[in-house]
Design a protein around this ligand. Structure first.
Ligand code: FNR
Length: 345
């Protein structure tokens, strides 16, 4: 279908469902175990309600969504989360993502297990475009990854996102028996991750290392104590521990128990974000920027045009929902614009 028929992020999923072969679609779409966490990532947003203010004069609305993320200026408060093998959806692979992100001055985080090698991805960057590099703890062996960090640095990536969830084996949900086994087996010798090890890794590079996969207020606080430059709340899109909380629930836990965290450090979050209203609920709780995974993988079926279309759609939704909330500027959003559904009943 013509790209103009895509009117929201979920449309790209419907397209992928009918166009990709079942094994490829299942690899991208699946969640771990019963997929309860995957579904909850989508549904948790509805456990929070907005508290819109009416009769606010929005004639001089500041439509800018500009946000600084770890000192870099971006035009959107959302970004492309790191996901493996973009080549599954399109031969252009990560190229569509890098170019789409560049067109909108959006942060792109490249996965460690991309289709194209990281140097090739880095070479696709536009002048001045900021890209971060994700590294999975589970792929590091007990040798310090000096070489890998040096490659990342010389490729011009500006930060390392260290995925700290998924320490154990993962049993993927397989909707059809004949689909390939996408479970990941870990060698237990190499799956240690202590905060001391994190410090050791940080000492190997001048690039900031941001832990991705923080899921409790305790770990958020611990990351600050250890000197993390920022934290990334995520349950890996519900693909790792079934029963793990959604990013919105983690952000709420922090908001309720240790809200200073949001001003002490930049907090990023992803999982289940499909609408502008989802972005706004996370920002309201104090999240600095919000990641989106699967929808960009599907949008990339159209290459950079599709990625660009998805960004434009999400941007429009954030802007119009912000106006309906009574926000003159996105900078004014705070926790008074949301309430938890269970507090209302
Ligand atoms: C991922 N994710 C992921 N995360 C990571 O740190 N390294 C990786 O290589 C991958 N690979 C990956 C592949 C695929 C196909 C998916 C769907 C996801 C998780 C990703 O970064 C992000 O946390 C989730 O995708 C966010 O959830 P949504 O937006 O997909 O619901």
């Amino acid at each position: 279908p013509s790209i103009d028929r895509m009117l929201g992020l979920p449309d790209f999923d419907y397209l992928a469902r009918s166009r990709l072969n079942p094994a490829e679609y299942a690899y991208i779409a699946h969640g771990a175990g019963s997929e309860a966490s995957f579904r909850n990532n989508l549904e948790a947003f509805n456990n929070f309600r907005f508290r819109p203010r009416v009769m606010v004069n929005i004639t001089n609305i500041d439509a800018s969504l500009k946000t600084s993320i770890l000192g870099h200026e971006f035009d959107e408060p959302f970004f492309i989360s790191p996901f493996a093998q973009a080549g599954i959806a399109n031969k252009v692979a990560e190229g569509g993502l890098v170019n789409g992100a560049s067109k909108h001055n959006l942060l792109y985080i490249s996965s460690q297990t991309t289709t194209l090698p990281l140097e090739e991805i880095a070479a696709l960057k536009e002048e001045g475009q900021v890209i971060w590099q994700q590294v999975s703890l589970s792929t590091l062996n007990d040798e310090p990854p000096i070489e890998l960090f040096a490659r990342i640095k010389s490729a011009g990536m500006k930060a390392i996102v260290l995925t700290v969830d998924s320490a154990g084996d993962r049993t993927a949900y397989r909707p059809l028996r004949y689909l390939p086994d996408t479970s990941i087996s870990r060698d237990p010798r190499y799956t240690f991750m202590t905060w001391d090890f994190y410090k050791e890794l940080q000492s190997l590079t001048t690039l900031p290392i941001i832990p991705k996969g923080i899921q409790t207020v305790e770990d958020a606080r611990r990351a600050i104590e250890i000197g993390a430059p920022a934290i990334f709340l995520s349950n890996h899109g519900g693909r790792s521990l079934d029963g793990s909380p959604s990013a919105l629930e983690i952000a709420w836990e922090i908001h309720e128990n240790d809200p200073d965290i949001f001003s002490e450090i930049e907090v990023y979050a992803d999982g289940g974000v499909r609408y502008g209203t989802d972005v706004l609920k996370l920002l309201a709780l104090g999240v600095r920027a919000v990641g989106v995974g699967r929808p960009f993988m599907y949008a990339n079926m159209y290459g950079s045009e599709g990625v660009s279309r998805a960004i434009t759609l999400l941007e429009k939704e954030v802007t119009s929902a912000g106006a309906n909330l009574g926000l003159v500027s996105l900078k004014d959003i705070d926790a008074s614009y949301v309430s938890a559904f269970w507090d209302l009943v």
